[in-house]
Design a protein around this ligand. Structure first.
Ligand code: WT7
Length: 679
């Protein structure tokens, strides 16, 4: 049955950067046939200290039989990203334009930053980093809430060619320590704390735990720079070092919690900034010099340091932002993602600033102080493009339509979705209620690894089908492969892979090129393998169906079953743990864990609580399992491999288990169904 098509509204299409499917097809075809010319013209919008030459514009190898995988764009060119994002905008007369509106957790806390001021603060902080001994190629870990100092810190790194690695400030001290160690970072940037809704998080203390852990592994962090975020709340003039004055999330005063301090290592951001020079000459970086490392979950449990480089990432972030959100001067764009994720890198910081855009940065949660916070922010800033995740949409749907209708959302033109497949019900609610049936929805499929959108509609051109990410972006050549690696032409379902690189694609896994090749290129030689499955319908639309490896997606957070299993198995009462995903109405997927207790140990309520707590502490609160089931034994093959496929069926309560003849002990299945808790 053909799905209903939703066409872009004609006014949006008329004004759009890409305004018809014909234009899209022409541009896409050219981007594939003449990549150097296509991207070369786009690159001209930016400043290059040394320009690229056409013959060396693009080279790559995706064929392991011919040697190592490599991807190079604009070889020989040099530039500085912060210069293109900031100086260029200021020089072209946009110095007074707002780069970021900042909206705090408390609606009473807000501020703004012009391009000129952002440039100045970036330069100041770049000078602070230099004074701490940071130079080109050094790693800086950033563990911060969504405050303006976060993009300033990222941009300051790019100013001097330091490599930032942002760690989401919801991760535990263990996860933070692991990332500091792997990246060999010299400097850590954080805040004293943050309010998330009504919850207080003491980030500096988490950092101290992490720093002590890395010390035990022989790595010494040289400095830690701390923004006095909590200490200045409701008390902008207050002395942050004074204990006992300051704000809570709701404007009342509270006793400031103690934070630990090491005078040799720790410094307050504002003290350092006070005497720093407001200008800093940019360091010109080669096109393929590293820009940042961002850790993402790997199926073995150890996080992968995805590495992005300079020139290709810049042109790809800029181009996807411009076309996918159809950004025009005067628009106010808002992406709800945290800078701890790739979405916050490409579509809060790099893409918008490369286009001279005005964006909103929001510190808080959709539910504080009320469940209409998102809609009141859209209303307050007259947002024109709103980019969020299906899990947020589903959780807001629950509160009913009136909370949305209360607000004026008429400025909206484009709605974006990212992180997981969006179900039809959520798509329609977003389209009809939030978008008043006149906005285009951009269901953007991409990954930390892809750097930017790879499969997405263009708002003025692509007729939409709810739940389909539609067609490839410029430069992207997707294929569906069957189990044996044969290309599936036309309609069908298979492994989603890409035949060649686009400019914004990752270049390697930091410090482990072998793992990069094994993870993404071993399965199907000649192709980059996403790890997702997808279907192509009769009209050529692509539908991403979800992960086909041992990864799962909880509220848009990608994690591996292996990393959760290894945490569970550390508990002294646990012999073995197997984790699978189970579908969840709001989170998309949730964690369902099977636990085999150590002989003589009780599987009781206490153990379940302890295990949940352990996962929260070790990985982060978002990873807390929903279900912990007793499993005196696990379904295994004769060679000892756990049959997760069957565990997924048990978790779903689906008795249609399929062939069990490969199991060493078939009776396990019946037993596990009997022990299944009511969920
Ligand atoms: C995985 C990547 C890209 C930023 C957010 C997550 C899933 C992402 C979609 C979408 C279906 C999607 C995939 C992908 N995913 N967007 N529009 N439709 N699935 O980045 O943490 O690297 O996760 O998220 O499974 O592989 P990430």
């Amino acid at each position: 049955m053909a799905e209903k098509l939703y066409y872009p509204n004609s006014e949006l299409a008329r004004m759009a950067h890409c305004s018809s499917m014909e234009q899209y097809k022409r541009m896409h075809e050219r981007s594939i046939k003449e990549p150097a010319q296509f991207w070369g013209e786009i690159a001209k919008q930016f400043y290059w200290e040394t320009p690229a030459t056409e013959d060396k514009f693009f080279s790559y190898n995706f064929d392991l039989s011919k040697g190592d995988i490599f991807i190079r764009w604009m070889e020989g060119a040099s530039t500085n990203i912060s210069f293109n994002l900031l100086d260029k905008n200021v020089k072209s007369g946009n110095g007074d334009k707002i780069a970021f509106y900042w909206e705090g957790n408390d609606p009473e806390d807000y501020s703004r930053l012009t391009y000129r001021k952002l440039l100045e603060e970036t330069c100041r902080f770049a000078n602070v980093l230099k004074s701490k001994g940071v130079s080109t190629g050094d790693k800086v870990v950033i563990y911060m809430p969504m405050i303006l100092e976060l993009p300033i810190a990222m941009l300051a790194c790019t100013r001097i060619g330091a490599i930032h690695s942002v760690v989401f400030a919801g991760y535990s001290s263990d996860s933070l320590a692991e990332r500091i160690l792997d990246s060999k970072a010299k400097v850590l940037i954080t805040t004293d704390g943050v309010w998330r809704g009504e919850k207080l998080l003491l980030l500096k203390n988490i950092c101290d735990e992490a720093v002590n852990k890395v010390k035990k592994h022989g790595h010494q962090l040289e400095s830690c720079i701390v923004v006095a975020h909590l200490r200045r709340l409701n008390n902008p003039q207050g002395n942050p070092k004074t204990k006992g004055v300051n704000g809570t999330s709701n404007g009342t005063l509270m006793e400031m919690p103690n934070i630990s301090w090491d005078d040799d290592r720790d410094a307050w951001w504002h003290d350092e900034m006070e005497d720093a020079e407001p200008s800093c000459y940019p360091v010109w970086m080669a096109a393929e010099d590293p820009l940042f490392i961002l850790y993402t979950s790997g199926s073995t449990g150890k996080p992968k340091g995805v590495l992005h480089t300079t020139a290709g990432y810049l042109i790809y972030a800029a181009t996807t932002f411009k076309y996918v959100f159809d950004y025009h001067p005067g628009d106010v764009y808002w992406c709800t993602a945290d800078c701890g994720w790739i979405t916050g890198h490409t579509y809060v910081v790099y893409g918008p600033l490369a286009n001279g855009a005005t964006s909103v940065i929001f510190e808080g949660t959709p539910f504080y102080p009320d469940n209409d916070r998102y809609w009141s922010i859209v209303d307050k800033y007259k947002v024109t493009q709103f980019y969020t995740a299906p899990t947020a949409i589903r959780s807001l749907m629950k509160f009913g339509d009136d909370l949305v209708k209360k607000h004026d959302l008429s400025t909206l033109k484009v709605l974006g979705s990212v992180g997981e497949p969006i179900n039809t019900e959520a798509w329609l609610w977003f389209y009809n209620l939030v978008g008043h049936s006149k906005c285009s929805i951009a269901d953007t499929f991409w990954q930390t690894e892809t750097g930017g959108h790879v499969i997405t509609p263009l708002p003025g051109a692509t007729p939409m089908k709810p739940g389909s990410a539609t067609f490839p972006f410029f430069g992207v050549l997707p294929e569906l492969l069957d189990e044996d690696g044969h290309v599936i032409e036309g309609e069908g379902e298979g492994y989603l892979v890409f035949r060649r690189p686009w400019p914004g694609m990752m270049r390697t896994l930091y410090g482990n090129h072998q793992r990069f090749q094994n993870t993404y290129f071993d399965r199907f030689n000649g192709f980059y393998c996403t790890g997702d499955g997808a279907r192509r319908d009769a009209d050529g639309y692509l539908w991403v169906t979800g992960r086909i490896d041992d990864m799962l997606n909880v509220s848009g957070h990608l994690m591996s079953t292996a990393e959760v299993e290894s945490v569970l198995a550390e508990h002294s009462s646990v012999t073995e743990a197997a984790v699978v995903s189970k579908s969840h109405p709001v989170k998309g997927q949730c964690l369902y864990c099977f636990i085999t207790p150590t002989a003589g140990m009780e599987f009781d309520e206490k153990l379940q609580v302890e295990l949940k707590k352990k996962v929260r502490e070790r990985i982060g609160p978002f990873a807390q399992p929903d279900v912990i089931q007793h499993a005196p034994a696990l379904p295994k093959t004769r060679s000892g491999k756990i049959m997760r496929r069957m565990l997924r069926k048990i978790a779903a309560g689906d008795r249609n288990i399929g062939d069990t003849s490969t199991l060493a002990d078939e009776s396990v299945i019946q037993l596990l169904f009997e022990l299944r808790p009511c969920v």
